[in-house]
Design a binder for this molecule. Structure first.
Ligand SMILES: CC(C)(COP(=O)(O)OP(=O)(O)OC[C@H]1O[C@@H](n2cnc3c(N)ncnc32)[C@H](O)[C@@H]1OP(=O)(O)O)[C@@H](O)C(=O)NCCC(=O)NCCS
Length: 229
């Protein structure tokens, strides 16, 4: 279908210039090395292959978080959201976690979602820390607005950092936003933000060669355990 570029110019939101997130590696508790790197728009279809099986897992709110993340990534792919970014974690090329968010304006970041596809290794925690690192240290923002959709998310972000409660509505339409300020981030950084740079050429080449996705049963088992099948 031909695209009417004149109309597209109206439908497509403004994009702020966004400096790249420099990739890093994190050695997980099982000894495996996770490459954390920024996705490009063209990666979205490959990423969605790993998000799709999670739509049907009710355990720990995986269904709602995945459904929203799926829509947000599509909105980015189809140019229907302002200044979105996506960071991902890969182990041996396999996608093991995803985080996304966007710039509300130059100073304020809007955190969207965190999805850990392999569990028990704090992959979600490491990736959430990477996205806060991106907002504050690379986009140079003052603060990030965050809500939790699950009790585990609430424990991981609101309590572990800890974030500041506000009365500011969040774009996701849930409870009021919690705030990550520069002060909170830099205080939490030594505890929560880890990783080594630069990433070796071999690991980067493996991660970039293909965003591999595990089959549905493997993903379900990793997230919900054998009983979740
Ligand atoms: C929230 C989330 C990103 C945290 O990821 P994480 O830091 O890698 O943490 P895990 O999910 O591995 O573990 C969280 C807890 O679940 C439990 N858990 C770990 N592995 C598990 C498994 N295979 N099955 C069930 N529970 C498990 C543990 O009790 C762990 O508690 P801990 O705090 O003692 O470590 C992840 O749980 C997730 O993607 N949840 C669904 C989406 C979501 O809620 N996103 C956040 C929205 S605010």
């Amino acid at each position: 279908m031909p695209i009417d570029m004149e109309l597209e110019a109206v439908l497509r939101p403004t994009q702020y210039p966004m400096p790249p997130y420099p990739p890093k590696t994190i050695t997980l508790a099982n000894g495996k090395v996770m490459v954390v790197r920024q996705a490009v728009r063209e990666d979205v279809p490959a990423i969605l292959k790993s998000v799709h099986p999670c739509l049907f897992i009710e355990r720990d709110y995986y269904d709602i978080v995945s459904a929203r993340l799926y829509g947000e990534l599509l909105a980015w792919y189809r140019y229907r959201v302002k200044s979105e970014y996506c960071l991902m974690g890969q182990v041996d090329g396999y996608l093991v976690g995803i985080v996304n968010g966007r710039m509300e304006n130059e100073k304020v970041g809007m955190s969207y979602h965190t999805l850990a596809i392999d569990r028990g290794l704090r992959i979600g925690s490491h990736l959430f820390a990477a996205k806060m690192e991106y907002h504050l240290e690379y986009l140079g923002q003052e603060e990030v607005l965050i809500v939790a959709e699950s009790p585990i998310g609430f424990r991981r972000w609101m309590i572990e950092y800890p974030l500041e409660a506000t009365k500011i509505p969040h774009e996701l339409g849930g409870g009021d936003s919690y705030l990550l300020t520069r002060e909170i981030y830099f205080k939490a950084k030594p505890r929560l933000v880890v990783g080594d740079r630069p990433v070796s050429q071999e690991l980067m080449a493996e991660a970039e060669a293909e965003i591999k996705f595990a089959d549905d049963d493997t993903i379900r088992e990793r997230i919900a355990g054998l009983k979740g099948r």
